[in-house]
Ligand binder design. Structure first.
Ligand code: F6R
Length: 353
């Protein structure tokens, strides 16, 4: 019997997280066609660096932008998750202020600072205070459809950023890659969706492995590192469970030493290794050696391989797998995946103080 059956999953999912996830390929396609087409860019002269400022579900697209463009554009991309901005931000900086709600205080503060420093700003938001301020100040606002959780809007929040870089002449047209990625994850959905039983469904198998364990997610610097962070966040917010992430090769220089004590707790760790055939050959070698080092100490490890014919497709194939796994894990814990009451409470307490 399939313990993660569709009807049960839907019943516990008050915010329609599963439905939103099923629509991700459509979301990515429409973000590429509709949102990007409507962008009216300011007269930006010379951009020598790009900063994406945002938090949580609104920031992860910044990491994807950073890793995807690293070898494709001539300027650095920095992700900023703070109230303040790095000292280099100035009139030659393009700041993408991303907030799904438009009301995240750190993002509003960084937006104000970007404006004071004379940066070119584009806001990506459903509206809120950020939308109001950017319109008032004459900055372009890329409107994102409301009604889903910020973390479910990854396509709406990330893809316009790619199109902006293209429109500024910094990146060759990414539309082909984006549409191929959307087509690819549609195929991935056929294998991971809730109708597919556990025996054939990698995402359900992963959820079962992570159930009652501490997930540790490892990616590789430069590409899957952004996915590792996404998996961690999705497990936290959807399954209401802890998760930790790190990257090769850095983790080989510290974290790997920490698999001796406390032995009993280490047995509760399940490691997910995000694999991409394009990772540096020495990183692939490192992963093989690392498996031998940790295997006796932890509950186990699972390798999840990227699929797809371009970097974007490979990254999103892993993201989609992790997103589904986090929803199935939520179901195993009996958690409603949508609401994030702790974050809401924290934001409210901060607003009131
Ligand atoms: C909720 C979520 C959070 C928010 C974060 C910032 O689904 O993913 O991580 O994204 O609290 O809020 P926004 O995105 O509204 O700026």
């Amino acid at each position: 019997m399939d313990i993660l059956n569709y009807e049960e999953l839907k019943k516990a999912d008050s915010s329609g997280m599963l439905a939103a996830l099923e629509r991700l390929p459509v979301q990515c396609g429409s973000a590429c066609r509709d949102l990007a087409g409507s962008i009216v860019l300011p007269d930006i002269q010379a951009v020598s660096n790009i900063v994406i400022t945002g938090l949580g579900g609104s920031a992860i697209g910044g990491d994807l932008l950073r890793v995807y463009t690293a070898d494709k554009i001539p300027v650095p991309v920095t992700v900023n998750r703070d109230y303040t901005l790095p000292g280099f931000v100035g009139p030659d900086t393009l700041v993408l202020a991303v907030s799904y709600s438009g009301n995240t205080e750190e993002t509003l503060s960084a937006y104000e600072e970007a404006r004071r420093r004379g940066a070119s700003i584009v806001a990506i938001t459903t509206g809120g205070r950020l939308g109001e301020l950017a319109r008032e100040h004459g900055f372009p606002v890329i409107g994102v459809p409301a009604g889903i959780m910020p973390r479910s809007a990854i396509g709406y929040l990330f893809i316009p950023a790619l199109m902006i870089l293209h429109r500024l002449g910094l990146l060759s047209d990414p539309a082909g890659d984006i549409m191929r990625m959307a087509g690819h994850i549609e195929e991935v959905r056929e294998r991971l969706g809730p109708a597919i039983p556990e025996e054939k469904n990698l995402a359900k198998q992963i959820a079962l492995k992570l159930y009652n364990k501490i997930p540790v997610i490892w990616g590789a610097a430069g590409a899957t590192e952004a996915v590792a962070q996404r998996w961690k966040g999705q497990i936290n917010e959807n399954a209401k469970a802890p998760a930790y992430w790190n990257v090769f090769p850095e983790l080989n220089h510290n974290e790997i030493v920490g698999f001796q004590f406390p032995a009993e707790i280490l047995k509760k760790i399940h490691v997910i290794m995000l694999r991409d055939g394009q990772d540096h050959p020495r990183v692939q070698k490192r992963i093989e050696i690392t498996k031998r080092i940790i295997s006796g100490a932890v509950d186990g490890y699972t390798e999840v391989w990227a699929t797809g014919d371009n970097l974007l497709a490979r990254l999103f194939s892993l993201i989609y797998t992790g997103d589904y796994a986090s929803l199935y894990l939520a179901a195993l814990y009996g958690a409603d995946p949508g609401p994030v009451r702790v974050i809401d409470y924290l934001k409210k307490e901060l607003r009131d103080s």
